[in-house]
Design a protein around this ligand. Structure first.
Ligand SMILES: [Ca+2]
Length: 67
C-alpha cells in the first residue's frame, strides 16, 4: 500500500506537524491537507475541523472568498 515516491516526501503525514497557523494562505493548507488525504492518512494535521474537504477556511486566498 505505501507508494514509493520518486522524490522523498516533504510533507509529514504520520503525525500532527501543522496547524492552520502554520500557513499564510488557504491554498497552502489545502495542499498539505490534500497530500495526506490522498495518501490515506486523512486529516492528520486537523486542518479541516468541519470535515467539508476545505482546509483552514479562515485563511486568506481560499474558496470562501469565492462563494
Ligand atoms: Ca473545513
Amino acid at each position: 500500500m505505501p507508494k514509493v515516491a520518486r522524490c522523498p516526501p516533504v510533507i509529514p503525514c504520520t503525525f500532527n506537524a501543522y496547524s492552520c497557523s502554520s500557513f499564510v494562505t488557504q491554498p497552502q493548507a489545502q495542499t498539505v491537507f490534500d497530500y495526506c488525504v490522498e495518501r490515506g492518512f486523512g486529516d492528520v494535521h486537523r486542518l479541516d475541523g468541519d470535515n467539508d474537504g476545505l482546509a483552514c477556511e479562515s485563511l486568506p486566498g481560499g474558496f470562501t472568498m469565492l462563494r
